[in-house]
Design a protein around this ligand. Structure first.
Ligand SMILES: Nc1ncnc2c1ncn2[C@@H]1O[C@H](COP(=O)(O)OP(=O)(O)OP(=O)(O)O)[C@@H](O)[C@H]1O
Length: 622
């Protein structure tokens, strides 16, 4: 395939995508508020119609009122005034209608924006974790900001103006034909010429507008990443390199935006001048034809025609501009729809959990049976892995034949070097990712059969990366269990030893912390996330490096509190500090995704293998 053909195919494909996006967007607008849309369309039609009628009236005004008056010795201006009032009335209707549609479309645009933001957010919540592994946060954010902004502009301005302009063109054309077909043909020839120029320039600018949106996403993505890593950049004095890299992205954006806007801006003056040229040519040609009696064109016709020609050519210039913003907004809309079309986390689970927080041990799984009945299985927290294999991507396996049996109440520790696959094992239990082969059962039920929400409702998790939300300390702990009372929160904070530092905060439990932890230290943030997991009070706990940033003294205290809490629950503990896990019932040593040793502390020490070397300090976890 030669290059030209490839470019043509690509352009055709983009055009097809734009049409699909446009229809989807129009459907969205129509669904958001049908009555607003219909009223706006009526107002747009009225506005365009009233303007044309006003212009057509000029012909009557000149031919029927003004010219006869100039021939009267004692002119009676009464009928002329009446005609002028009628003409103004028509323009007034046009004005009110345009005001109405402008207001309605602005409100409608806000409504659509509100709806799109909600839909996007709702959908985003349901996307699998892997989507966020593959997509830049900045780029996702860009869809909420820039893309929605351009979309709003398109709905509130470009689309109504585009419709208004198109109607003006059509109505003006019909009116022009009724006045003089010769002058109309001439105008149309000029129009086709203008259209060629518009097409050329808009196809150029639309390509660069799409590029501009993409580059903007890149700049935002980079910006976001660097903002998050600001401290690391400063520590390594990487500011010059980062600035240079940012400049590269920024330059690409400037380049695309510059080209897009150059094509877009030259368009308007070119079209404006074409309009002026047309105006002069009609006046000259019309005058010559009339004076030479080549066709029945009166002075009134020329006057009205000039006005109509303006109403015909002006919208062409406007359309060319609106086309640019429409194309740009469609590129944004496509990115929004792309996010909304991303497949959500699949969940074929039919097993649910029933909890009664007041009756311990009364939780049960509801397992639908083939005969239609529902079998109740007590939630005990028995987790079994049987030959589990997994990779984040098809071409790189991370876990190999993992088998483990975590009986109810057991404390299972996962140790191993960085990157050995410890967190990945916990990701399999909470089903952030799906296993490639093997089975995982929870109380004898394959976890793929359990609804994800219900599964996660049976797990208390402290993730490796601590994240708190903007809100009070109390809110953040209660995030683990929204039904918890204040006393439950105090108790969880006490058990996790978070209460000591909380009491020292200015406003204690009512202290507001912002999204990234505000003034809290890493250790304090970890204590809060432990309290949050404790209050969740689930039969299975997963603690991924939960105490890694806490000093050893406090860690011992937290550990004691946690051991109390863990009694009777199954727990998976990932820790680099071996002191945290020596009392585990089962220690699994991982190496490059394989379990290489399994047993309790004493057994593993006796084995004198990898664990022994780690514990005695002969080998260090890197
Ligand atoms: N989201 C992901 N996408 C692709 N690969 C990943 C992802 N998360 C982890 N990995 C890879 O999987 C392997 C195991 O990572 P994992 O986080 O399970 O290790 P770990 O034993 O918990 O390490 P650490 O002690 O550093 O937390 C690593 O090679 C890592 O690069």
């Amino acid at each position: 395939m030669n290059l030209d053909k490839a470019v043509t195919n690509k352009n055709a494909e983009m055009k097809g995508q734009r049409t699909t996006t446009l229809f989807r967007l129009l459907k969205l607008i129509a669904n958001t508020s049908p009555w607003m849309l219909i009223t706006s369309i009526i107002a747009i039609i009225l506005s365009a119609g009233a303007n044309i009628i006003g212009s057509l009236f000029i012909e009557r005004l000149i031919n029927v009122y003004i010219i006869p008056l100039t021939k009267q010795a004692h002119p009676n201006f009464g009928p002329l005034w009446q005609a002028i009032v009628v003409m103004f009335g028509s323009y007034a209707i046009g004005f009110i209608s345009s005001y109405l549609f402008a207001v309605l479309m602005a409100v409608l645009a806000q409504k659509v924006q509100y709806r799109v933001r909600n839909e996007m957010f709702e959908h985003m919540e349901k996307l699998p974790i892997s989507y966020f592994d593959e997509n830049d946060y900045g780029d996702i954010m860009s869809r909420y900001t820039n893309d929605i902004d351009t979309l709003m502009q398109m709905i509130s301005q470009s689309i109504p103006q585009f419709m208004n302009s198109t109607l003006n063109i059509v109505f003006a054309l019909v009116a022009m034909f009724t006045l003089s077909w010769q002058l109309t043909i001439f105008t149309l020839v000029m129009f086709v010429l203008s259209l060629g120029i518009v097409r050329f320039l808009t196809s150029r600018s639309s390509h660069y507008f799409q590029l501009q949106q993409k580059e903007l996403g890149q700049v935002n993505g980079y910006n976001e990443e660097m903002l998050n890593g600001l401290k690391v950049i400063k520590v390594f004095s990487h500011e010059p390199e980062v600035e240079e890299e940012f400049e590269t992205y920024n330059h690409a954006l400037e380049n695309a935006a510059g080209k897009a806007n150059t094509y877009a801006t030259v368009l308007f003056p070119i079209m404006g001048n074409m309009g002026n040229l047309l105006y002069v040519l009609i006046a000259v040609i019309g005058g010559a034809v009339s004076l030479n009696h080549l066709a029945p064109i009166s002075l009134g016709v020329i006057g009205a025609f000039l006005q109509l020609a303006k109403q015909f050519s002006m919208p062409i210039a406007q359309i060319s501009q609106q086309l640019n913003s429409i194309v740009m907004a469609l590129a944004g809309a496509k990115r929004i729809f792309d996010l909304e079309d991303e497949p959500v986390e699949t969940d074929y689970g039919d097993v649910t959990i029933t909890k009664d927080r007041d009756v311990k041990g009364a939780w049960h799984w509801n397992v639908p049976q083939k005969d239609g009945s529902v079998k109740q299985v007590t939630v005990k927290g028995h987790i079994v892995f049987d030959n589990v294999n997994f990779g984040y991507s098809p071409n790189k396996q991370i876990l190999y034949n993992i088998s483990l049996d975590a009986k109810p109440g057991m404390k299972v520790a996962l140790v191993g070097e960085t990157g050995a696959g410890k967190t990945t094992i916990s990701n399999m239990i909470n089903r952030f990712y799906e296993i490639n082969s093997g089975t995982i059962t929870y109380d004898g039920i394959p976890i793929s059969r359990i609804k994800k929400d219900d599964l996660r409702h049976s797990l208390s998790i402290v993730l490796q990366e601590t994240h708190l939300f903007t809100g009070t300390v109390m809110d953040n702990i209660r995030f683990g269990n929204m039904e918890a009372s204040d006393d439950d929160v105090y108790q969880a904070a006490h058990l996790s030893h978070a209460d000591e530092f909380i009491h020292n905060l200015d406003e204690g439990y009512k202290t507001v912390i912002d999204g990234n932890g505000g003034d809290l230290s890493q250790g304090q943030m970890q204590l809060l996330s432990i309290a949050r997991a404790m209050i969740a009070d689930e039969p299975v706990m997963i603690l991924d490096e939960a105490t890694s940033s806490i000093d050893t003294q406090t860690e011992k205290l937290v550990q004691a509190g946690m051991d109390n809490l863990l009694a009777g629950r199954t727990s998976f503990v990932i820790a680099h500090r071996l002191s945290t896990i020596v009392n585990s019932d089962l220690i699994l040593v991982l190496d490059h995704g394989h379990i290489i040793e399994a047993g309790n502390h004493q057994e593993l020490l006796k084995e004198k293998g990898y664990y022994y070397e780690l514990y005695t300090g002969k080998k260090e976890i890197e």
